[in-house]
Design a protein around this ligand. Structure first.
Ligand code: TNX
Length: 507
């Protein structure tokens, strides 16, 4: 009897039959609603992925799904346009009138013959794809059928801004590495990549009117490595790659502090007219642009003009943090002069919470990282807020005292600590109405390669994605950790070097 039982268990374990209960899938972020219909849909080699012909950008989404299915299973599905709902296969459609669908929302209807993904926007369809992909195991064998449990998922995000930041200044990450980072965000329906493009240790974006920024300022990084920079063509390639994944890149030029790389490249930007030495250490707060020289503002005008031309997204980030050697009045004067330059080139201003000490222009956004008073001042001045609390959301904070990568000036952030906070109640006086969303920054003083990026990003990133997407009353650590545990297999199959936190019951 025991032998037969063992055989039965062995067979169940081996047949790879997926559950037909859609609600058992460990989705991250957790969808708004799942209705289970208890059947299964089988994707065959002959299945076609259709997209509504008249919708611009929908073909890219359909092709993205085909490529992901090919990557995981080796199966090559055909992608075709249509102007009528097909009877079988996969079908993408964009509808204008459905009032139940939010701008970024989607409805994923998995029937026995047809998977229909409906949304108001192409972005919504893309999020439907990400949900669908979480139903398929990350690695399939060619002979395995690709089965989907049937049911209907209706879903939309809590916040419109769901992002992460990558500091490419302290250590440089090349185009391929940034693309990989973008893929991580896309998997979890994040829609913002903030790139920290300049700091004391390196200037990373080509500015054609000031070429020494990258020739000199781009040649270093923390620890003495050779640095690097993106040509404008490479940067445009990144913007496009992100766009295809519904991600907006927000470029940051940090100023007036954190500017040593620029001050080393051009002597005239210094008050004493002398170029600074290049810097490869990790101190902060020692550099400043000369706020009372006109050339400073001509320089910034050129930089923002060129950057805005490379930026289809609505925002330019002007930094503004830790300008410890800029006198307060000079700082305020500087931020007041720089903001209109951003507006002049058709973009909106974002700055770290310190910029709230200046007068804020219309539509300015302050990024809360440490100072509650700055942030509430910003709100009083009419600004909106991005929540990036260092003690909860900094991806460069160590997990605990035994994990060595990262810093701990804002404390240790174990996976549960990073997950169990509510952006709308964390800072008294800053409510949901003031907040556009959540961003998890990865500063790179200690991070030198993608293996190290992955260790700090995973498994915390899915949690920040869920905080941005899923309403707080639907989030609970004890339930979330079970879903996260199932994603461990996915991380392994993707070759991601993740931190195996003891607080997560990995399978
Ligand atoms: C503070 S957060 C900084 C960065 C550092 C980071 C390290 C912020 C706006 N400024 O310059 O890289 O801490 O965690």
């Amino acid at each position: 009897f025991a032998g037969i039982l063992a055989l039965v268990i062995f067979q169940i374990g081996c047949t790879q039959q997926p559950s037909t209960d859609l609600s058992e899938t460990a989705f991250i972020p957790k969808p708004v609603s799942i209705d289970v219909t208890g059947n299964s849909f089988e994707l065959k080699e002959s299945s076609v992925i259709y997209y509504e012909e008249s919708v611009e950008g929908l073909q890219t989404v359909a092709e993205y799904l085909a490529l992901e299915i090919k990557r995981t299973s080796g199966v090559n599905l055909k992608v075709e346009s249509t102007n009528a709902t097909p009877k079988k296969g996969v079908y993408f459609t964009v509808v204008n009138e459905d009032s139940k669908l939010d701008t970024e929302g989607y409805e994923l209807n998995i029937g026995k013959k047809l998977i229909a993904i409906k949304a108001k926007t192409v972005a919504g369809c893309f999020y439907g794809v990400q949900t669908l992909l979480q139903i398929i195991p990350e690695k399939l064998h060619a002979e395995d059928p690709i089965e989907f449990a049937t049911g209907i998922i209706r879903d939309f995000p809590e916040f419109g801004y769901r992002g992460a930041m990558l500091d490419v200044s302290r250590h440089f990450f090349n185009v391929e590495e940034v693309k990989q980072f973008i893929d991580f965000l896309a998997m979890y329906k994040m829609n913002i990549l903030h790139l920290h493009l300049s700091d004391d240790q390196g200037w990373r974006i080509e500015i054609k009117s000031w070429p020494k920024l990258t020739e000199i300022g781009g040649s270093t990084e923390v620890g003495g490595g050779t640095g690097g920079f993106y040509t404008q063509e490479q940067y445009t390639e990144l913007v496009k790659y992100a766009q295809e994944r519904q991600i907006t890149i927000i470029p940051e030029i940090d100023m007036p502090g954190h500017t040593n790389a620029a001050l080393a490249s051009y002597a005239e930007l210094n008050c004493d007219g002398k170029a600074r030495e290049l810097y490869t250490g990790t101190e902060v707060g020692f550099s400043t642009f000369c706020t009372d020289k006109e050339i400073t503002y001509q320089f910034i005008d050129d930089v923002i003009r060129e950057l805005a031309a490379l930026t289809p997204g609505p925002y330019i980030h002007i930094g503004g943090d830790e300008s410890h050697v800029t006198a307060h009045d000079d700082y305020v004067y500087f931020v007041n002069r720089v903001q209109p330059i951003v507006l002049k080139y058709g973009k909106k201003v974002i700055g770290w919470d310190e910029i709230a000490n200046a007068e804020l222009v219309d539509d300015a956004t302050v990024q809360f990282w440490a100072d509650v008073e700055n942030t509430t001042t910003g709100v009083e001045k009419g600004a909106r807020v991005i929540m990036s609390p260092a003690a909860r959301a900094y991806l460069d904070m160590q997990y605990d005292s035994t994990t060595h990568l990262g810093l701990h000036w804002a404390g240790y952030i174990e996976v549960d600590h990073g997950y169990t906070w509510n952006p709308a109640t964390l800072v008294p006086g800053v409510t949901k109405e003031n907040i556009i969303g959540v961003e998890a920054p990865l500063w790179s003083e200690t991070v030198t390669n993608m293996d190290e990026v992955e260790f700090l990003v995973f498994p915390r990133l899915p949690g920040y994605a869920e905080i941005g997407w899923t309403a707080p009353e639907k989030r609970d650590w004890n339930e979330y950790k079970m879903r996260l545990a199932k994603h461990g297999k996915r991380f392994e199959d993707l070759g991601i070097n993740f931190y195996k936190s003891k607080r997560v019951p990995w399978e």
